[in-house]
Design a binder for this molecule. Structure first.
Ligand code: UN1
Length: 488
């Protein structure tokens, strides 16, 4: 039986794509597997082919004519209602997210609440899409500068935030009058499907948001190469992002990509070491380290290195790994078998290249799941692969440095530039770091991960491409400027 919206989740439930307000089944489906218990299947989710994606794009294009010029009160009401519905169902949606992605239940529920807040924030922004009016340098003329919808937006989201990242792209896209073709990550379609159902319930007209689930190389490629998609927003890996940038550029579409990180957290001798250790543990291992803002390089001055590492190791003993939904669990499973393999390969490589690995072994549990103990790699040097490539798992390395100057140089010597942090009691070092860190987001005595929903988000260098996401900055990507000269 097709369940749209779903009444339950289980191995026989079928979930379809949504095009122009119609649920569209597919013979080709993928099974959504719980990473805490691989015998638990949440459902069979339709896999779109390229022709289906084309139909979704055509539906979005058609709906754009009405939606782009529709009343902003309608947009406000829909986004505001969606935010309310998500909040009311936070427990249920958090459960679902924890079950399909493996994020620890409290963190999963917090992610759902963040999605609700994003809808509320962008509901407000529908009413604040202000322009500018200036006098012309030519007497009698007046110039208006306004922000109009881009048109059809392709939204491609990753598996690590199955509801928050869709929300932070869908909410502004709708707020500024765009229509959408939405492709969630293939391994976490249930949260995305549930979100789409909520937006329909909130009153979103047919065709404004179309859901096309399936593999990136089919669905993502069809979106990013289409000349009928006016803008593409993507969060995911550097490799896939490069393809999206190339495709969208060739198709003449606007493009925005948020990709990886190798985020440094500097700890200086004058820092509150307990606070720094808490932030490092949170940033490196919470959400199983599967965050592009994760603190994966801990850069510590020699005077406190040993004490700091001891504090980390002590805290690591309390990080119980287990079923995402179990009360005692602090760290849920790795998301998939492929990701587990990648994490373990990086851990092995770190040891081969001379690092000392603490933790990082498989964890046995009552169920078959992808359980991996957090790994801390000490005695590392900058040249090691572990300090250059993003692992995207519960793995962090420690780099010992002489002083602040060396710490800053090491922090910046990376191809990435998403988030960075410093723990210090020195105002001078903190101020200097704020100015000289080559990252899009800089944290002073705060973890590198876990960002606000109303402020701009994004990185530099290989981490990001195109305008910022979230906050008021989101308007840059989701609108087009128009300059109007009026001779009244
Ligand atoms: C956060 O740190 O709260 O994919 C958000 C990611 C980021 C989001 C991180 N785009 O991990």
């Amino acid at each position: 039986m097709t369940q749209n919206p779903p009444a339950a989740y289980g191995p026989d439930e079928l979930f379809d794509n949504l095009i122009a307000g119609q649920w569209v089944p597919s013979e080709d489906r993928s099974r959504n597997i719980n990473p805490s218990d691989t015998s638990d299947v949440l459902g069979q989710f339709a896999r779109a082919d390229a022709a289906t994606v084309e139909r979704a794009i055509a539906a979005a294009k058609q709906a754009s004519e009405t939606w782009a010029h529709g009343p902003i009160q309608q947009r406000f009401d829909i986004l505001d209602t969606a935010g309310t519905l998500i909040r009311e169902r936070a427990d249920q949606l958090g459960e679902l997210l924890a079950r399909e992605e493996g994020k620890q239940l409290k963190e999963a529920t917090a992610e759902v609440l963040r999605a609700s807040q994003l809808f509320k924030f962008f509901a407000g922004e529908t009413l604040r899409n202000t322009g500018e009016v200036v006098d012309s340098v030519r007497p009698g003329l007046r110039v208006e500068m306004i922000h109009e919808p881009v048109g059809v937006v392709g939204i491609i989201t990753p598996w690590n935030f199955p509801i928050a990242i869709p929300a932070w792209k869908i909410a502004p896209a709708l707020a500024y009058g765009n229509t959408i073709v939405f492709k969630p990550a293939e391994i976490v379609p249930a949260s995305a499907h549930a979100l789409v159902c909520i937006l329909r319930e909130a009153g979103l007209p047919d065709g404004v948001l179309n859901l096309v689930m399936g593999p990136g190389r089919v669905v993502g490629d069809a979106i990013s190469t289409s000349r009928d998609v006016d803008a593409v927003t993507f969060t995911g890996s550097v490799g896939v992002g490069a393809g999206v940038i190339a495709n969208a550029s060739a198709a003449g579409s606007k493009v925005q990509c948020e990709m990886g990180g190798k985020n440094p957290l500097i700890v200086l001798g004058d820092a509150d070491l307990d606070a720094a250790a808490d932030a490092a543990i949170n940033g490196a291992f919470f959400s199983t380290g599967q965050r592009c803002t994760a603190s994966s390089r801990l850069i510590v001055t020699a005077d406190v290195h040993d004490e700091f590492v001891a504090k980390l190791k002590e805290r690591m003993t309390g990080l119980t790994v287990g079923d995402a939904r179990a009360e005692s669990t602090v760290i849920g499973p790795v998301v998939s078998a492929d990701q587990l393999k990648q994490d373990e390969e990086y851990i092995r490589l770190a040891a081969d290249e001379g690092g000392t690995v603490h933790g990082g072994e498989r964890v046995e549990a009552d169920t078959e799941g992808y359980f991996l103990a957090p790994a801390l790699v000490t005695e590392t040097t900058e040249e090691m692969t572990i300090n250059k490539e993003e692992v995207f798992g519960p793995v962090a390395s420690v780099i010992k440095v002489a002083d602040y100057d060396e710490a800053l140089a090491v922090a910046n010597r990376t191809t990435f530039g998403l988030s960075s942090g410093i723990y210090t009691g020195s105002l001078t070092h903190a101020e200097h770091f704020k100015r000289h860190s080559q990252a899009g987001m800089v944290m002073v005595n705060a973890p590198t991960a876990g960002v606000d929903y109303h402020t701009s988000f994004g990185g530099r260098k290989g981490s990001s491409y195109g305008p910022r996401e979230q906050g008021r900055a989101a308007r840059e990507f989701f609108t087009l400027h128009k300059t109007i000269y009026v001779n009244p």
